[in-house]
Design a protein around this ligand. Structure first.
Ligand SMILES: Nc1ncnc2c1ncn2[C@@H]1O[C@H](COP(=O)(O)OP(=O)(O)OP(=O)(O)O)[C@@H](O)[C@H]1O
Ligand SMILES: [Mg+2]
Length: 355
């Protein structure tokens, strides 16, 4: 059985419920080298460093590696180095003896011991402070550690997987991360691509999440329409797979596409998103004006049977300015036909003469 240890809490038994491999690795070109790399390292007892943006699946991949490794009969112990403050983190990692620090009323076994013959997953390793980095280094070098407040040197036999969403090279340069520890933990580095780098995997992931949420909450939300899936495939996905999972869950629970539509409307502004994910008002206004302008031009062109000289006169702009605007808006008689058909039905379009 896998055991996940959450921040500050006790060990929480967790029945490992990993998605199927086709979902974990997908079909995209970006994931295939990674799939091959993982298949090679499953059998080897080497430290693995998983590097990826938030929500790309670092935790899930660590569980997958554990479940297929020679350490799978032991526990999978996750410790989030970012979420637990100093002394408590040391105790979570190495355990403590009674009286080791104020409030240590009983002795406690740490994650390293719990992961004996299993996997110790150190999440957000960049947040480990320098004194604990030294202790992890010793664990990796000699397999030795001490509980807090104990003089006995203990030995551990555990596989260590680390994950980071920050570049460790930068942390080393600024003196916050030990270079020698870096070399120890990144014997194998697995870089998980962002979801935007694997657009082909978005639809299968969305379908998988929908099936899971429907089953879990006894919902019957229908499959997402194809055009919605296509739009989602090219969304920015700053929160990566977690963001997609949450979006699909909202869709299934609310029973409407509104949440999805609200998010996908942001797509056309995605290139203009500021670092915190907000949409600057100036860009929205510009975009709205451009859209209104192109609608008016399209209507005048159509009213004048795509005679551009006449349309320019009606619009009171020069012929050259009109041509420029037509190109800028990507208008052509062909795609305008489709837009008109979508808006008014097929019959009106029949009257539009060829360009
Ligand atoms: N390949 C995948 N297939 C299916 N579900 C996935 C996949 N990768 C991630 N998920 C799901 O997406 C969510 C985020 O994954 P996970 O927590 O592993 O990401 P993370 O990179 O560890 O994120 P963080 O940096 O925020 O800790 C989880 O609910 C996980 O189950
Ligand atoms: Mg994680």
């Amino acid at each position: 059985m896998a055991v996940t240890r959450a921040a500050g809490g006790g060990a929480v038994p967790e029945v490992s419920n990993l998605p199927p491999e086709e979902i974990i690795f997908g079909q995209s070109a970006a994931m295939q080298p990674l799939r091959q790399l993982i298949s090679k390292i499953l059998g080897a007892d080497l430290p693995v460093l998983i590097d990826g943006e938030n929500g790309t699946g670092k935790g899930l991949l660590a569980q997958y590696i554990h479940s297929r490794s020679a350490f799978s009969s032991g526990s999978f112990i996750k410790i989030n180095c970012a979420a637990i403050p100093g002394t408590l983190l040391e105790s979570e990692l190495f355990g403590h003896e009674k009286g080791a620090f104020t409030g240590a009323a009983t002795s406690k076994v740490g994650g390293v011991e719990m992961a004996e013959r299993g996997t110790l997953f150190l999440d957000e390793i960049a947040d480990l402070d320098l004194s604990l980095q030294a202790k992890i280094l010793q664990l990796l070098q000699d397999g030795q550690f001490r509980r807090m407040g104990d003089t006995t040197e203990r030995r551990a036999n555990t596989r260590v997987i680390c994950a980071t969403s920050r570049k460790l090279e930068g942390e080393i340069e600024s003196g916050r991360f030990r270079q020698d520890l870096f070399y120890r933990i990144n014997v194998i580095t697995v870089r998980l691509p962002a979801l935007r780098e694997r657009p082909e995997d978005v639809a299968p992931l969305a379908e998988y999440f929908l099936g899971r949420v429907n089953a879990r909450f006894e919902r019957h939300a229908p499959p997402l329409p194809k055009e919605v899936l296509e739009t989602l495939a090219h969304k920015e996905w700053r929160g990566n797979i977690r963001e997609l999972e949450n979006l699909v869950a909202r869709y299934a629970i609310m029973g409407s596409l509104d949440a999805v539509k609200a998010e996908t409307n942001l797509k056309r502004f995605s290139g203009k998103l500021s670092p915190d994910g907000t949409v600057p008002f100036k860009h929205i206004a510009k975009q709205a004006i451009r859209e209104m302008e192109s609608n008016v031009i399209l209507k005048v062109l159509r009213d004048n049977k795509w005679n551009r000289r006449r349309a320019a006169e009606v619009l009171n702009i020069s012929y050259r300015a009109l041509i420029y605007k037509i190109q800028e808006a990507g208008l052509s008689q062909r795609n305008s036909r489709k837009a008109i058909r979508d808006a008014t039905g097929p019959s009106q379009d029949a009257a539009t003469p060829p360009e």
